[in-house]
Design a protein around this ligand. Structure first.
Ligand code: SF4
Length: 317
C-alpha cells in the first residue's frame, strides 16, 4: 500500500475534492493573442514544437467574449456533470502578454460568480512581473479564490531550452516561481520529459528543481510532433529520434520518485492535436500511455516522492 492509500502519485482530481469538498471543473477561456516568441518581441519562429494555436486546442472560439465563453462552458459542465464549482482557465497563448489594464479587466471578469473557486492563467516565465503579480495577489485576497499561474518551462536543461528556441532559460523560470511563491500564488509547471537532447538525468533534475522551488502543480507531457513546425521538419529529415516508450516510462517513474509528494500532478499524459501530428504517444492513445505509467509504478512498487530526500542539507542527516 502506498503512503497516499489511493494512488501512487498525487492526483489533481483527488486534490480538488480534498480542497473544495467536491469535484471542480475547469472553464477554458480562449483569448485572441500572440506570444512574444512569435511576434518579434523575443523571437519570431516560436518554440520548435509549437503550432500556431499557441499550445491550446480544446476551447471555444476566441471570437466569443470572455463572458460568452464562460457562460457556454458553464452550461455544458452543469448539464453534463451537474458541476457546481469551477476554475477559470486561460489556456492558449500568453495570457499576461497584454497591456496591464486589459489583463486586469480579463481577470476581474473571470472572478465573477459564487461558483468560481479559482483562476488559472497560462503564460511564459518571462512574461510576468511584480505589477501583474501584485494585482493577482490582491484579487486572490479580495475574492477569496485561488489563483495559479501556469508557466511553460518544459525542461531545466538550459542547453535544450536554447535548442528548442524557447527564448528563455532556466533563470527566468526560477525568478517567476520565486515571485509567485512570495505572494502566495501557486505555480503550475509544464514539463516535457523527452525533448530531443534530454536524458534520464534531466528528468530527475526537473523534479528536483521544481520541488526546491515549491512548485505546487505539474503537467507532464510526452513530446508530440506537429506538422509544419521546426521540430516537425527536423523529424521528417530524421535529425533526431523520439525516445523509445520503455525509456520514457522509466523517466516518468524517476521524475515522480524525485518529486515532492506535496506537488500535485495535474496531467500525467498529454494529447496532441489529432489531425496535425507526425508523432504522438508512440501511436497508441493517451490513456494507454497513462495505464502503462501506472502499471510501471505498480510493478516497481514505487510512488511519488519516495526519493524526495535531497533538500535542506542532505549531507547533515
Ligand atoms: S511560448 Fe507557448 S505559445 Fe509561445 S511559441 Fe512557445 S509554446 Fe507557442
Amino acid at each position: 500500500m502506498t503512503p497516499m492509500n489511493v494512488s501512487r502519485y498525487n492526483l489533481y482530481s483527488e486534490h480538488l475534492i480534498r480542497r473544495y469538498g467536491e469535484k471542480v471543473y475547469k472553464l477554458p477561456v480562449n483569448l485572441p493573442g500572440t506570444c512574444p516568441n512569435r511576434d518579434g518581441k523575443l523571437g519570431t519562429g516560436g518554440c520548435a514544437y509549437c503550432d500556431e494555436q499557441g499550445a491550446g486546442f480544446e476551447a471555444l472560439s476566441s471570437d466569443l467574449s470572455i463572458e460568452e465563453q464562460l457562460a457556454q462552458n458553464r452550461v455544458f459542465f452543469q448539464k453534463r456533470y451537474k458541476a457546481k464549482k469551477f476554475i477559470v482557465y486561460f489556456q492558449s497563448f500568453t495570457n499576461t502578454y497584454l497591456p496591464f489594464d486589459q489583463f486586469c479587466a480579463n481577470m476581474e471578469k473571470a472572478a465573477q460568480g459564487e461558483d468560481i473557486v479559482g483562476i488559472s492563467v497560462s503564460t511564459r516565465p518571462d512574461c510576468i512581473n511584480d505589477q501583474y503579480l501584485d494585482f493577482l495577489a490582491g484579487l486572490q485576497d479580495e475574492k477569496k479564490i485561488d489563483i495559479s499561474v501556469e508557466l511553460g518551462l518544459q525542461t531545466v536543461n538550459y542547453h535544450t531550452l536554447l535548442s528548442v528556441n524557447r527564448a528563455h532559460t532556466l533563470a527566468e523560470f526560477i525568478d517567476a516561481a520565486i515571485r509567485l511563491r512570495s505572494r502566495n500564488l501557486e505555480t503550475c509547471a509544464h514539463i516535457i520529459l523527452n525533448l530531443p537532447g534530454d536524458e534520464m538525468a534531466d528528468a530527475v533534475e526537473n523534479a528536483k528543481v521544481l520541488s526546491a522551488l515549491g512548485v505546487k502543480y505539474v503537467k507532464i507531457h510526452s513530446l508530440y510532433i506537429v506538422k509544419g513546425t521546426p521540430l516537425g521538419e527536423a523529424y521528417l529529415r530524421s535529425e533526431f529520434e523520439v525516445t523509445p516508450l520503455e525509456e520514457y516510462l522509466d523517466r516518468v517513474v524517476a521524475f515522480l520518485e524525485y518529486l515532492d509528494p506535496a506537488s500535485v500532478i495535474q496531467r500525467l499524459v498529454s494529447r496532441g492535436p489529432f489531425n496535425k501530428v507526425l508523432f504522438s504517444n508512440w501511436g497508441i492513445s493517451w490513456w494507454q500511455v497513462k495505464q502503462k505509467i501506472e502499471s510501471r509504478l505498480e510493478e516497481m512498487d514505487t510512488f511519488q516522492g519516495c526519493r524526495f530526500n535531497y533538500l535542506n542539507g542532505r549531507a547533515l542527516r
